[in-house]
Design a protein around this ligand. Structure first.
Ligand SMILES: [Zn+2]
Length: 183
């Protein structure tokens, strides 16, 4: 399963995708929130018995959507709630794509309705070790896993960022042209 670094990058990529799609520029606060939300499901590591269960489910994604909608102002409510939920959901996607040596492998996507764990088996991302963090073998394993995550996720995130920049600049020049025409 990926590290918080890979997850946070994916969260940022979600915001840039939304910006490119609806030609709106999200601020740094939303970017930071999405990055944190994308890494947040692993807070369940504090209670190892529950790791990859409730917080790694579609129910949790729905909960994030509802909470974000409740605390956000009316004008941007659905946009921000959707971005927050999608950022959170990106964690589930990355975990599903990653390797998992712990049995049962994968995430309990349909908690609390189905006890089944889901995983793609593609091992796109390497296993990260969250125990004995300062042992040499752990450091080596995690550095390797993080390097692989960055190599895979960073180009995708960078491409989305570029698409966003292009979409926003095209949109603003269109607005400017419209402004001139109106005059
Ligand atoms: Zn996870």
């Amino acid at each position: 399963m990926p590290s918080p670094i890979g997850h946070a990058l994916a969260g940022a990529a979600v915001v840039w995708t939304a910006d490119a799609l609806d030609r709106r520029q999200s601020g740094p606060a939303l970017l930071a929130t999405a990055a944190v939300l994308a890494a947040a499901p692993d807070l369940d590591l504090l209670v190892p018995r529950f790791h990859r269960t409730a917080t790694h489910s579609l129910m949790a994604v729905l909960l994030v959507f509802m909470i974000a909608a409740a605390v956000t102002g009316r004008v941007t409510r659905w946009r921000i709630a959707s971005i927050c939920a999608a950022a959170y959901a990106s964690h589930l996607l990355l975990d599903w794509l990653g390797a998992d040596q712990f049995v049962p492998a994968g995430i309990q996507l349909l908690w609390p309705f189905e006890p089944q764990f889901f995983i793609s088996g593609w091992d796109v991302f390497e296993q990260t070790e969250r125990r004995h963090l300062f042992v040499k073998a752990t450091i080596h394993q995690n550095l390797h896993a993080v390097a692989r995550e960055v190599v895979i996720v960073a180009p995708v995130a960078a491409a989305l960022w570029l698409v966003r920049v292009k979409a926003l600049s095209r949109f603003s020049s269109k607005v400017a042209r419209g402004h001139h025409a109106a005059k």
